[in-house]
Design a protein around this ligand. Structure first.
Ligand code: AMP
Length: 114
């Protein structure tokens, strides 16, 4: 989608610190990190949220999860622990309507969320 921030980022039209790419996904550092490791993983194709992605393209949903695990390993947090978060809709604070998983690690990630 031409006016979608993360579509444009995946297309290389907006700069980002990309840490991993494959055919289906792109992973890049969050500009406002909430943990020592804070990487966003997106499908290249536009889907509004994780539910829409699951319904439309299960292979891409799996690819996003595989990419997240690979990022956690590359970031050195696979052993210490990490969290994958998909904020979905207004009550969860989703601010970019292109599905993105937050890979968070490198510190204790609290539970329950505030
Ligand atoms: P959410 O609130 O779950 O929709 O998360 C959106 C995330 O995207 C936030 O953590 C932002 O800091 C991050 N973000 C917004 N614009 C960019 C960008 N251009 N590059 C990297 N991260 C971004």
């Amino acid at each position: 989608m031409a006016d979608c921030l993360f579509c444009r980022l995946a297309a290389g039209e907006i700069p980002a610190t990309v840490v991993r790419e494959d055919e289906l996904t792109v992973a890049f550092r969050d500009v406002n990190p909430q943990a020592p490791t804070h990487v966003l993983v997106i499908p290249r194709a536009h889907h509004a949220d994780v539910g829409a992605l699951a319904a439309a393209d299960p292979d891409a949903l799996v690819a996003v999860h595989r990419a997240a695990a690979a990022v956690a390993t590359a970031e050195g947090v696979a052993g210490t622990g990490w969290r994958l978060v998909f904020n979905t809709g207004p009550d969860a604070g989703q601010s970019v309507p292109h599905v993105h998983g937050h890979v968070l690690g490198g510190r204790q990630i609290g539970w329950p969320p505030g």
